[in-house]
Ligand binder design. Structure first.
Ligand code: ADP
Ligand code: MG
Length: 212
């Protein structure tokens, strides 16, 4: 833990009290390093291990920019597996409790596509999913990404290992040119640098050595 309180950041009071109710007293190290950067709207590369609290590092900037009245995808989070996407969606829903009526939709493979299309028709503010299934929705025209303001590549090293590069490129082409792109990874192989250059503009790099 960093010993820095969330209240040192310029966050809406309702979000601060929600964090307090969740028992988040101080920021984890990756949150303390990345939130001042991500809240300014800059692109970021964050290197930190599992369990270090990366979700809030991108979940909080997504939520603070969100327009609840616009029922279109404003935050898009790509994850390597269904399990990770589900965890991220659960964590974002917890962070979003202070906002009424925020819809977080999970789009992953290995699950029927019909109910996913139904959820999207009702409107989704934040979409979390695996690259293959999100690409399927784009091909079908059941997902629109022109309202995306924050594009997150979570566990980017694992997504590259799993061969998702082409799918991610395909997806990125549907997002607006002007947006914030955040990349998180536990390791930093050289191909991550190439990956970042493809998607990010002058990213700020932050790194946490230990797990907390
Ligand atoms: P990562 O994606 O880095 O593996 P998560 O974002 O899933 O980590 O967070 C790991 C756990 O820590 C979650 O259960 C989350 O609710 C909790 N957590 C995150 N930030 C804080 C914090 N500042 N204070 C206390 N718990 C936190
Ligand atoms: Mg995570």
């Amino acid at each position: 833990m960093s010993n820095q309180a969330f209240s040192s950041l310029d966050l809406p009071q309702k979000l601060l009290s929600n964090l307090d109710q969740l028992g988040y007293k101080t920021m984890t190290d990756i949150q303390a390093l990345s939130l001042p950067v991500t809240l300014e709207g800059k692109d970021l590369i964050g290197k930190a291990k599992t369990g270090s609290g990366k979700t809030a590092s991108f979940g909080i900037p997504i939520l603070t920019k969100l327009n609840p009245k616009f029922f279109g995808a404003q935050g898009l989070v790509l994850c390597p597996t269904r399990e990770l996407a589900t965890q991220v969606a659960t964590e974002i829903r917890k962070l979003a409790r202070y906002l009424s009526n925020i819809k977080v939709v999970t789009l992953c493979g290995g699950q029927p596509i019909g109910p996913q299309i139904g959820s999207l028709e009702h409107g989704a503010h934040i979409v979390v999913g695996t690259p293959g299934r999100i690409k399927d929705h784009l091909r079908k025209g059941t997902l629109q990404l022109e309202g995306v303001e924050t594009f997150v590549l979570d566990e980017a090293d694992r997504m590259l290992d799993m061969g998702f590069f082409d799918d991610i490129n395909y997806i990125a082409d549907f997002t607006p040119r002007k947006k914030q792109t955040l990349l998180f990874s536990a390791t930093f192989p050289t191909d991550i640098e190439t990956f970042s250059k493809n998607f990010q503009y002058k990213p700020v790099a932050v790194e946490v050595e230990s797990s907390h």
